[in-house]
Design a binder for this molecule. Structure first.
Ligand code: 13P
Length: 248
C-alpha cells in the first residue's frame, strides 16, 4: 500500500518571520495527519526549515538545483549543498522552471540524475499546457517528459523518486483538474511505468498538483492512482495546508 505524500511548494514566497509562524502552525496540526508531509522552501530558508523541522514528522526540500556538482555557475545551488541542509526532496522540472527558465527535458533529466546521485529524492514534475490538452496530446507530452528521465537513469531509478503530475493550466489558476481528468493521466503514467517494471509502478508515489484546496483534496486523493499532492498557494496558509494534509 502506497503512503500518500502531501508536499508544499512555497515558490518564491516567505520571510523568516512568516515562515516561522507558518511552520509553527503546521507542526501544531500534524497530530491529526496520517500521510507523509514535506515543504519545499526557497534556498535561503533551508537552514530555517532544518532547524524548525528536524526531529518532526515534516520533511523538507528545495524547489530546484543545478545539474552540475560544482564550478563556475554563478547563482546556482548544487545537490551537495542541499544535503548540507538535510533536504530529503528536491523538485525538478517544475513547469515554471521549464517555461520561464528554458529547462529542457534533457536538463531536467540531468538534474534528476544529479539529485539521485546525491541521495536526494527528486519530485519530478510533468504536465501539459492548455494548448497541448486541447490538441489531445497530453499523453504524448507527459510520455516524452518521462522518457527523458527513464532513458537517462533507467526505470529502476523511479523507486527512489516521486512524480508530480501538474497540468500547467491548473497551476495557480483556481481551475483544478477534475478527479477523472487527473486520474486518467495518473493511470497513464503508472501504466507506462508498469510496462517496464510492475513493482516500481505499484510503489511509485504520483502526486497531483494544480489548484489543490482543502475543499477538493479528498476527492482527488481518493482516486486510485493519485497519491497525494504538490501544493502551491494553499501551502502558504497553515489552515489550508493542514486541511489538505488531513485529506491525505
Ligand atoms: P497551485 O497549488 O498554487 O496551483 O500550484 C501548484 C504548483 O505549481 C505546485 O508545484
Amino acid at each position: 500500500m502506497r503512503r500518500k505524500l502531501v508536499a508544499g511548494n512555497w515558490k518564491m514566497h516567505g520571510s523568516l518571520a512568516d515562515n516561522d509562524a507558518l511552520l509553527t502552525a503546521v507542526l501544531a496540526g500534524m497530530g491529526e495527519v496520517g500521510c507523509d508531509v514535506a515543504v519545499c522552501v526557497p534556498h535561503p530558508y533551508l537552514a530555517q526549515a532544518q532547524a524548525r523541522l528536524a526531529g518532526s514528522t515534516v520533511a523538507w526540500g528545495a524547489q530546484n538545483m543545478s545539474q552540475h556538482a560544482k564550478g563556475a555557475y554563478t547563482g546556482e545551488v548544487s545537490a551537495a549543498m542541499l544535503n548540507d541542509f538535510g533536504c530529503r526532496y528536491v523538485i525538478v522540472g517544475h513547469s515554471e522552471r521549464r517555461a520561464l527558465y528554458g529547462e529542457s527535458d534533457q536538463v531536467v533529466a540531468e538534474k534528476y540524475a544529479a539529485a539521485q546521485a546525491a541521495g536526494l529524492a527528486p519530485i519530478l514534475c510533468v504536465g501539459e499546457t492548455l494548448n497541448e490538452r486541447e490538441e489531445c496530446i497530453t499523453e504524448q507530452v507527459v510520455g516524452r517528459q518521462l522518457d527523458a528521465v527513464i532513458e537517462k537513469c533507467g526505470v529502476a531509478s523511479l523507486a527512489k523518486a516521486v512524480i508530480a503530475y501538474e497540468p500547467v493550466w491548473a497551476i495557480g489558476t483556481g481551475v483544478t483538474a477534475t478527479p477523472d481528468q487527473a486520474q486518467a493521466v495518473h493511470a497513464f503514467i503508472r501504466g507506462k511505468i508498469r510496462a517496464l517494471d510492475a513493482a516500481v509502478a505499484d510503489n511509485l508515489v504520483i502526486q497531483y498538483g494544480g489548484s489543490v484546496k482543502g475543499s477538493n483534496a479528498a476527492e482527488l486523493f481518493a482516486q486510485p492512482d493519485i497519491d497525494g499532492g504538490l501544493i502551491g498557494g494553499a501551502s502558504l496558509v497553515a489552515e489550508d495546508f493542514l486541511a489538505i494534509c488531513k485529506a491525505g
